[in-house]
Design a protein around this ligand. Structure first.
Ligand code: GTP
Ligand code: MG
Ligand code: ZN
Length: 359
């Protein structure tokens, strides 16, 4: 749930009388129990569920933190993570036999000495998150936490640019509260024979998010990206081979660990990134490089919640005949009409339909 909505929800809850609030919280808890047993409406699949989870969380006693955050996770392994604390990096183990929830690169945590090793004791609430369902679809895998921007990295020409993947990432980014940026790498591969086709594919995105064009081979656009992300935390995501690590390398100065790491990898004759890692730049930017993905899954979403992640629907939505129009099958649907007329990009509308119908 975006931070703005969460804040709004919290403000509304705060304005309730205690008794009213308790009633709502108990109600939320019982609905959640029913939906977990798979009885009620598919509450566990929707935004409402997130709201209910929030309500339920509120019912529990406020979480007691053992101490203030004293580090940020910059690398995460199976049983341990590397935490940046002031200017040093500390290896911290995950506590045995006690759940502290999931940990992701970008998480603010508290760690302390436990006998002879450093241990993570607490993971603090995330402001934003980029996540996707794990392969069995039960849990959410957090790709990165507390990021301002998600750079959706696509290559021009090779590997081929896939609009549908951009659309899916855009949904996930907005859902987690960060801002999407489309980063198109390998402009050096554009020529007269392919330029128009590639530009046609990205045309719909110019009014949806910032679009940055670059090439790590010719260095085109690299300075602009560096300036754009100054002071911000960002994560680079996309297919394998689009050039995420090359970008981290090009944007960072020669002192960044990324350069070393990539050259180390080159020596091994291998480029593929296997674990996410955060790098800090001189201009205060923090960039998280992630392993490439083949496809990007989304959690099940109802059309009611999904449509909010297609911002271009907004100006048409009120003109639909039905107030609760899903824009899939209803008559006199202004969104579908706009897509038929090409006022809403047809590819984007098709993606919406596919995601909505697969949920
Ligand atoms: N022509 C061209 N090739 C590039 C450019 N940027 C990166 N490459 C090449 O693309 C290949 C993949 O680059 P990587 O940076 O390893 O890609 P990645 O997205 O990090 O891949 P994974 O770690 O597997 O997800 C390498 O052979 C790079 O040399 C570019 O701007 N132009
Ligand atoms: Mg890589
Ligand atoms: Zn409609």
């Amino acid at each position: 749930m975006p931070k703005k909505h969460r804040k709004n929800l919290n403000e509304r809850l705060m304005s309730l009388e205690n008794e009213e609030l308790n009633k709502i919280l108990s109600h939320a808890s019982s609905i959640r129990k029913v939906s977990r047993r798979g009885v009620g409406p598919q509450a566990h699949r929707s935004l409402e569920n997130i709201a209910l989870t929030l309500l339920e969380d509120r019912k529990q006693k406020p979480k007691k933190h053992i101490g203030p955050p004293n580090g940020t996770v910059i690398w995460k392994g199976k049983d341990s993570c590397v935490v940046r604390s002031k200017n040093e990096d500390v290896v911290c183990n995950f506590p045995k036999g006690r759940s502290i929830g999931s940990i992701a690169v970008g998480d603010r945590i508290h760690y302390e000495l436990n006998v002879d090793r450093m241990e993570v004791t607490d993971v603090f609430e995330r402001e934003t998150v980029l996540s996707r369902p794990d392969p069995d679809g039960r849990k959410e895998l957090v790709i990165a936490a507390n990021i301002d921007y998600v750079l959706i990295v696509m290559a021009l020409i090779a590997p081929p640019l896939r609009q549908r993947m951009i659309d899916r990432y855009m949904v996930a980014v907005q859902r987690g509260g960060a801002k999407p940026i489309l980063c198109l790498n390998k402009t050096d591969l554009l020529d007269e024979s392919n330029r128009d086709e590639e530009m046609g594919k990205i045309a719909p995105y110019y009014h949806l998010m910032p679009v940055l064009m670059c090439s790590t081979s010719s260095n085109q656009g690299i300075d602009e990206i560096r300036e754009f992300i100054a002071g911000k935390t960002c994560v680079l995501v996309g297919k394998s081979g689009v050039g995420k690590s090359s970008l981290v390398n090009a944007i960072g100065s020669s002192q960044t660990a990324a350069t070393q790491e990539v050259s180390e990898m080159t020596n091994k004759g291998k480029h593929t990134t296997t674990a996410s890692r955060m790098y800090e730049l001189d201009n205060g930017a923090k960039i998280i490089d992630t392993p490439g993905v083949r496809a990007f899954g989304l959690p099940d979403m109802t059309p009611e919640s999904l449509q909010w992640y297609f911002p271009e629907f907004e100006e048409y939505r009120d003109e639909c005949r039905f107030r609760d129009c899903t824009h899939l099958i209803e008559p006199e649907c202004a969104v579908r009409e706009a897509a038929d007329l090409g006022e809403i990009n047809r590819h984007r509308y098709e993606t919406y339909k596919r995601i909505a119908q697969s949920s």
